[in-house]
Ligand binder design. Sequence first.
Ligand code: NAD
Ligand code: ZN
Length: 359
Amino acid sequence: MPTYNIPKTQKAAVVEKTGAPLQIRNDWPVKQQKDLAPGECLVKLDCSGACHTDLHAAIGDWPVPPVTPLIGGHEGVGIIVAIGDNTSNSPVKLGDRVGIKWLADSCLNCEHCRKGREQNCPHAKLSGYTVDGTFQEYVVSYVNHVTPIPEGFPSDAAASILCAGVTVYRAIKYSQTNPGDWIVLPGAGGGLGHLSVQYARVCGLRVIAIDTGAEKKNLCLKLGAEKFIDFKESKDIVADVRNATGGEGAHAAVVTSSAPGGYTQATEYLRSGGTLMCVGLPGDSKLVTSIFFTVFKSLNILGSYVGNRQDAREALDIAARGDVKVHFSVKPLAELKSVYDGMHHGTVAGRIVLDMTKK
Ligand code: NAD
Ligand code: ZN
């Protein structure tokens, strides 16, 4: 068994109180092996993606408040350097490279866990929201929920599959579409969105991407979207989608826009029997849609929330084989504040991945 030197303190990005400025601290404590509970493991992180959810958490614009002080982050990849004493039947061991996803832990015994909806477990622990996340060098996680990273798949390329990838993979999986169907992807140039374009293509779907600006347009078209609609330039998004689909509208939409605008026309441009998958999480907005046409067109409106352990493995497997690639740039943790600024202004095409090994 390998042995690891575990320092007493580490670098971490900390939000003391919701809405307070982000601080980069060098004196944040590292939980030591003897203090890990059974089932807990300590992961030394290589890197972590930065998700728009982390920005929602730092600002506190969701109706469910995060813990404070808050260490965000839930797209981490690293090596297991310690496991709590008396952990039985651990599916992972010291030295394994694993991923940390939003769902850090769930009981695995309640009705939701038994039905495969682990993310809805009432005992769920959420990385970077209810437990410390991956914007630190060492994170405590849980042996039953960390996700093994396929061999040879680089950590920085894998990181954003653990939230963005698994989330859109699951949403498309349950979108009731068949190969050859049309899918509309509002938010397509963002972190989740650019992966949704690719997973949709893997599923044989025809993609209409909606976002704004030349950089996101080029990215979406390069990744296989057949049509790009700029939501700031289009005079009529519903008409644009209908025209692109031969008049009937799309079979499904997976909305990953963090702003409510991405939802506004979604049910209108779906054809009869179509499915709206709600993924993006504007905190205080209502979904407004015609009750009459929801019934008349037999529409399905579903929420889709991250994914379970199996979804994570499937999403990673597809990406590790090269069929889906995260479009990312790497920055040090110290630049997280500017990453949030970019996300807030909608200027990040794809994802930013933070290198946790850089001093
Ligand atoms: P991001 O900032 O990288 O991407 C959001 C994209 O939406 C941007 O490209 C932006 O230009 C685009 N957008 C804004 N307004 C739009 C509009 N009116 N129409 C079309 N596109 C529009 O964010 P992200 O990290 O991809 O996260 C997106 C959202 O998904 C966030 O709200 C996040 O909290 C949420 N999320 C949900 C889950 C889940 O389980 N359901 C998981 C992860 C993230
Ligand atoms: Zn996320």
